[in-house]
Design a protein around this ligand. Structure first.
Ligand code: FEO
Ligand code: CA
Ligand code: CA
Length: 748
């Protein structure tokens, strides 16, 4: 969602990795520097970084370089920036609404009135459609078909609410009426909905046996190191083995065995905490340190006040104040926040298997989960980011080695147990010279075991408090890591860093951070951006694993693109020299088509919105090291100058980056998936017209958006309340989305 809860300033750790002396690694840097300059050729297989990874790499010599795919070219005319209340796609493409807020999943639930009177969100589409994955079905709809492009399941997140529009006259302040909370709570979570081509066009199938909602009330099993940990014991699960529901689901992942991964992002804000600091042992006690690091310091209000809606347990659970007398927390919800903040795995094809919270992948504000390139006999990597200002980039590496027979297993969720419950979690440190390290978060790491800020009990504690463990090992504070994605040919890993108002040349507090090589920009950008400098428009960083292997512990990096408006200063802001057909701000959603290898970039912006609504671009990137090493120069208050050298990929051209879509007013573009034939994509339009007050909710002339009602979808027409929705995009000539040519990767 736009700003606000994402924009927390919770990382006040002292670690500033670039100040550390890394003498021992200097010789390795020099080797890597040579390699960086030629890494663009890696795609042709001429560069081996084997031996550069240092003693900590245990990986074998890299596999032979991938075959070079026949070049494809972008097959559309760039879409202009726009502030119209409509979805714009290139000439030759069509975009239609598929599944919007409130759409009923079964025949019993009435059609959506969209006037604030609707209820039964357990059986309707939730709000704020976000990350999304397509899962193919065979034509009879009886089983998974990896290549099924006529019929499939869409699994998608419902991250948050535009709560005013869920009620006829907007929201009631605390104490919240139960009838309002009972709509708002199940409007979160996940939808799984069958879609099918009818008359050549996709429609969602009301009444399909696959359709279901996962909500903040759905039972979920805790798996991995934190299962049954003392940290997980609640009144709901005295054994600490189960949790109730999921919330603020943002990015997603598609596992190699055909399950849906969904990340819990800004879950922390849903909990109210009173003044229980003393009863929890004082400010320095472990529980209090943990709660503060995850955004729940004492006397913190909840986002929606559901805990005020009644005495029933389904409301009480949202108050995490320690009120019970038990020593272990089994008589209240003091530990409830420890059961949120995970990557969750759902088998979209099977309602009857327990959903898993995968605690081995760490607890933070999860965005997407991107699997590294699969190599039989080698571990899997899952790349992840933590979206808050100054948070970190993570990688999970499985203990189990990949077995290609697991790509279509009889039991998908136990296949997930095999790969995702046991492994190592790493956090990234970026060095100024274009190298970096993955640092394992292990209780046996002396920096973690002896950390003075927080006394870790065991490995489960390290997973539950991954942010504190990452602080302890000196990870690099990043400009709000959002989604990540893996290039299907090169295996390089891309992360959006959406923006960071706390990136300063001269930090004024411990929650601010200075410019560094990997996060090098701090500037002001009139007129809508705040006057205070920061990384206003965000950037996209990418990494090449040191040995080319998912289990590598070193990497090289550069910045694929710096977001900017096209007319911004080319030396300080628009470093990628974006032109009017490519300029963007606040990259968030990020995905590579396994079919074409093209990169899809989606924005969630508040800085360039005076000129354009949020958008999606399609790019054809090169590889780490194919660009330059510009130096940025800043003047400090005392008149001195500081310089920061960064590493940047080749500047895009009209042939390698174009705007493909612009959304309606006051929305975010997020979530993308495609049919395996590459001819249909699904995109989510989140929270059009989200800026609305209670006073204005009864006056349609005050709405910033009326989409998709104004496009003819659902009731209301030009006066409709706006709705988050999934759109389906196809090419009129039936070709691949965004690409010309028939040469494709067929990575499905
Ligand atoms: Fe839900 Fe960080 O976007
Ligand atoms: Ca976002
Ligand atoms: Ca996001």
């Amino acid at each position: 969602m736009t700003g606000k809860p994402d924009d927390e300033n919770l990382n006040t750790s002292a670690n500033e990795s670039f100040n550390e002396v890394l003498d021992a690694r200097l010789s390795r840097r020099n080797v890597l520097r040579v390699s960086v300059g030629t890494a663009g050729a890696a795609i042709l297989g001429s560069v081996s970084l084997a031996g550069c990874g240092g003693g900590s790499d245990t990986t074998p010599a890299p596999a032979p370089a991938p075959a070079v795919p026949t070049p494809i070219s972008l097959a559309f005319a760039a879409v202009s920036k726009s502030t119209a209340d409509a979805v714009a796609v290139p000439v030759g493409y069509t975009a239609t609404v598929l599944y919007a807020l409130g759409d009923p999943l079964g025949a019993v639930t009435p059609e959506y009135m969209n006037d604030g009177t609707d209820s039964d969100f357990d059986n309707r589409a939730g709000d704020h459609h976000d990350g999304m994955e397509y899962f193919g079905l065979n034509t009879s709809g009886t089983a998974r078909d990896v290549a099924g492009s006529q019929r499939g399941l869409l699994a998608m997140n419902h991250e948050a609410l535009t709560d005013q529009f869920l009620h006829a006259a907007g929201t009631t302040p605390n104490p919240r009426p139960a009838v309002e909370a009972d709509k708002e709570i199940p409007a979160h979570g996940v939808s799984i909905v069958e879609i099918r081509k009818v008359g050549g066009k996709f429609a969602y199938q009301k009444g399909s046996a696959f359709n279901r909602r996962v909500t903040p009330m759905t039972p979920i099993q805790i798996n991995g190191p934190a299962r049954a940990s003392a940290l997980m014991k609640t009144k709901f699960s005295v054994a600490g083995t189960d949790a109730r529901g999921t919330i603020n689901n943002c990015g997603t992942g598609y596992s190699p065995w055909g399950t849906f991964l969904t990340g819990e992002e800004n879950w922390s804000g849903y909990f109210r905490r009173g003044d229980d600091e003393a009863v929890r042992g004082g400010a320095a006690a472990r529980g209090n340190v943990s709660l503060a690091r995850y955004g729940r310091a004492k006397n913190t209000a909840s986002r929606h006040g559901w805990e005020t809606a009644g005495a029933d347990d389904k409301y009480a659970r949202w108050d995490i104040t320690q009120t019970g007398v038990s020593a272990d927390g089994t008589d209240d919800y003091r530990n409830e926040p420890n059961t949120f903040g995970y990557m969750i795995e759902i088998d979209p094809y099977d309602k009857n298997v327990a959903i898993r919270k995968r605690t081995a992948l760490g607890r933070f504000a999860h965005e997407s989960a991107a699997f590294g390139k699969l190599v039989a006999g080698r571990p899997l990597a899952v790349y992840m980011g933590d979206d808050s200002r100054g948070e970190y980039i993570y990688k999970f590496v499985s203990n189990a080695n990949w077995d290609a027979a697991d790509s279509n297993p009889a039991n998908r969720i136990t296949t997930g147990d095999k790969y995702l419950d046991n492994g190592k979690l790493y956090v990234a440190r970026y060095n100024p010279d274009g190298t970096g390290q993955w640092i394992e978060l292990s209780i046996s790491n002396i920096s973690i075991a002896n950390y003075t800020t927080y006394d870790f009990a065991d490995q489960a504690d390290v997973m539950v408090n991954a942010r504190l463990a990452a602080d302890a090992v000196g990870a690099t504070k990043m400009d709000r890591p959002e989604w990540c994605a893996v290039h299907p040919v090169t295996g390089e890993v891309y992360y959006t860093l959406t923006n960071n108002s706390n990136r300063k040349v001269e930090p004024a507090s411990s929650s601010q951070m200075t410019v560094d090589a990997a996060n090098p920009r701090s500037y002001t950008d009139a007129p809508t951006a705040p006057a205070s400098p920061g990384n206003v428009n965000g950037h996209i960083i990418r990494m090449k694993e040191g040995s080319g292997d998912a289990a590598a512990t070193s990497f090289t990096w550069d910045v694929y693109l710096f977001g900017a408006q096209a007319d911004a200063d080319l030396a300080k802001v628009n470093l990628s020299a974006l032109t009017a057909d490519q300029d963007f701000s606040s990259p968030d959603g990020l995905w590579f088509s396994p079919k074409t290898g093209l990169c899809f970039i989606q924005t969630d912006d508040g800085a360039y919105t005076d000129v354009t609504n949020c958008m999606m671009l399609i790019g054809k990137p090169g590889a780490v090291g194919d660009g330059s090493t510009p130096t940025l120069s800043y003047s400090k208050g005392d008149g001195s100058t500081v310089t920061v050298q960064t590493h940047m990929g080749a500047k895009p051209t009209p042939d390698t980056l174009r705007r493909f879509l612009v959304g309606p007013k006051d929305c975010e573009i997020t979530g993308i998936s495609e049919t395996p034939d590459g001819k249909t994509i699904f995109v989510n339009i989140q929270h059009p017209g989200e800026t609305i007050t209670k006073a204005n909710v009864v006056d349609p002339t005050k709405y910033l958006s009326h989409w998709p009602g104004n496009a003819g979808y659902g009731p209301g027409g030009a006066n409709a309340r706006p709705r988050s929705a999934t759109i389906v995009i196809t090419r009129i000539d039936g070709g691949l989305i965004g690409a010309d040519g028939t040469a494709v990767l067929n990575n499905y």
